[in-house]
Design a binder for this molecule. Structure first.
Ligand code: BES
Ligand code: MN
Ligand code: MN
Length: 456
């Protein structure tokens, strides 16, 4: 089956790529206050482009944080409505010295485009917009109704979009959502993601003395909050990767035996994964669970950083007054952020050593999600992917989180199709993030075909 929109996309590919590079030059790091204007700038560029390709009502929607981008085209009477979602914010770039080319100077190397945000998620958002442009330019109309909703706070928990979606605005009335923010299971293997982990991101603060103290004068008598913090962290997980928070595992709904069997048959080489993706001496985690189960269907707990105290060159003999750890937990179906946080907070309060006060703060949270696969939009997606990639689609889950996907289902009753084009080795959130250029190209074609198929 030929599509004039796909032909248009092929013909205009090098312009599409140049435009993506311009978007990637904007350092829209959502977590850093100094990049606030850059986030707004990226949002404005997206609004202008959506207008230019013929979308209507293109505008910013203000939130308490970075703005949302909205546009629609609703002239396909009697056809379904797609809600197209992605995010324009990116992660920070540290450690900057490990980048082989600057993170905000997109650079092509060996078939990849290197830049912060190239795979997560600007390259995928641009693929969505270029698919819409191709359909519109080739046919003078879209095959179905489309609403576009992009956010600038996905990497920091997505509070703005969550309250917008919870208010159930008429702008979000749709039959399904297309979410392009995930990855293929392996290069060249068309993939739909059907489950995500949720998360709670927390700060654990420990306070000892009223001020920093000389460690010779007071060491031995005054509490050291870093030592207390380390003792508390050590009580969170045992040597076998089992989380020790009482009740933490109680509500987990395990994957079905069919789903587990499907994961078993995925092309996965654990040794290759250990060596090339993780690069550690050994993999760790709960005995009796495969890597897929550990990362997709079991909760996890990680410490991200322990800022504070003396970290300069040389030595300073001080007992810091306070210590802090940034700690997050990934949640799986059955678990809720509210209960997981309450159990964790109560446990930390119980095990806090004598002599210190603690504060357990929730920074942000998102629910886990599992999406239904027996609907016509998933069928349209697998058909479209087969046309473009020449292979049957694999269904996977992902250990990452996209908090709004669960909300689309819960608040709007809109099922998501998570069709993403990243690769496992794209280095998202890490130095040298890249997007495989072939995936950008085939991603655009896949979205074109998917929207065409969804209209039938
Ligand atoms: N796109 C990722 C999530 C993802 C990664 C899905 C890999 C599938 C495969 C997303 O941008 C992300 O990084 N989300 C954050 C959310 C958090 C800050 C609430 C995450 O998972 O850490
Ligand atoms: Mn993302
Ligand atoms: Mn991300």
């Amino acid at each position: 089956m030929s599509s004039s929109a796909v032909a248009y996309a092929k013909k205009n590919h090098s312009r599409f790529l140049d435009e993506l590079k311009a978007l990637l030059r904007i350092p829209s790091i959502s977590t850093l206050p100094e990049n606030k204007d850059d986030c707004r700038h990226a949002a404005e560029v997206l609004v202008a482009e959506l207008k230019r390709i013929g979308m209507e009502n293109a505008r910013l929607i203000e939130t308490e944080g970075h703005p949302l981008v909205y546009a629609d085209w609703l002239k396909a009477a009697g056809k379904p409505t797609a809600l197209i979602y992605g995010h324009y914010d990116v992660q920070p770039t540290d450690p900057i010295e490990e980048w082989l080319s600057p993170p905000f100077e997109p650079t092509e190397r060996d078939g990849n485009l290197y830049a912060r945000g190239s795979a997560d998620d600007k390259g995928q958002v641009w693929a969505q917009i270029k698919a819409l442009e191709s359909l519109m330019a080739a046919n003078g109309a879209l095959p179905l109704n489309v609403r576009v909703l992009l956010e600038g706070e996905e990497e920091v928990g997505g509070e703005g979009i969550a309250s917008f979606v919870a208010s159930k605005p008429p702008e979000l009335k749709a039959d399904f959502a297309l979410v392009s923010d995930t990855e293929l299971f392996a290069p060249g293997l068309p993939t739909l993601c059907v489950g995500l982990r949720g998360m709670i991101y927390t700060e654990l603060e420990v306070r000892g003395a009223k001020t920093d103290l000389h460690s010779g004068m007071y060491g031995g008598a005054a509490p050291n909050p870093f030592v207390s913090l380390a003792q508390m962290i050590a009580k969170l997980k045992d040597e076998n990767g089992h989380i020790l928070i009482p009740g933490f595992y109680d509500d987990i709904i395990p994957p079905s035996s069919e789903e587990l069997a499907a994961w078993e048959s995925l092309p996965f080489d654990e040794e290759h994964y250990r060596k090339t993706e993780v690069g550690s001496r050994e993999l760790v985690g709960e005995a009796g669970y495969s890597v897929m189960e550990r990362t997709w269907a079991r909760p996890s707990l990680d410490v991200h950083g322990i800022p504070g105290g003396f970290i300069g060159a040389g030595a300073k003999t001080v007992i810091p007054a306070k210590a802090l750890a940034k700690i997050s937990m990934r949640l799986v179906p059955g678990m809720t952020p509210a209960k997981a946080f309450a159990l964790y907070k109560a446990y930390m309060e119980k095990v806090a050593p004598a002599g210190v006060d603690i504060d357990v703060r929730l920074i942000h949270a998102g629910d886990p999600c599992l999406i239904p696969v027996n609907n016509r939009f998933v069928q349209a997606a697998t058909k479209a992917l087969h046309e473009v990639w020449g292979k049957d689609t694999v269904f996977i889950r992902s250990g990452g989180s996209i908090p709004i996907v669960g909300d689309f289902d819960r608040h709007l009753g809109v099922p998501s199709v998570m069709m993403g084009f990243g690769l496992p080795d794209d280095n998202i959130h890490a130095p040298n993030e890249k997007f495989h250029l072939k995936n950008f190209e085939l991603g655009i074609e896949s979205i074109v075909r998917f929207l065409e198929e969804s209209a039938n």
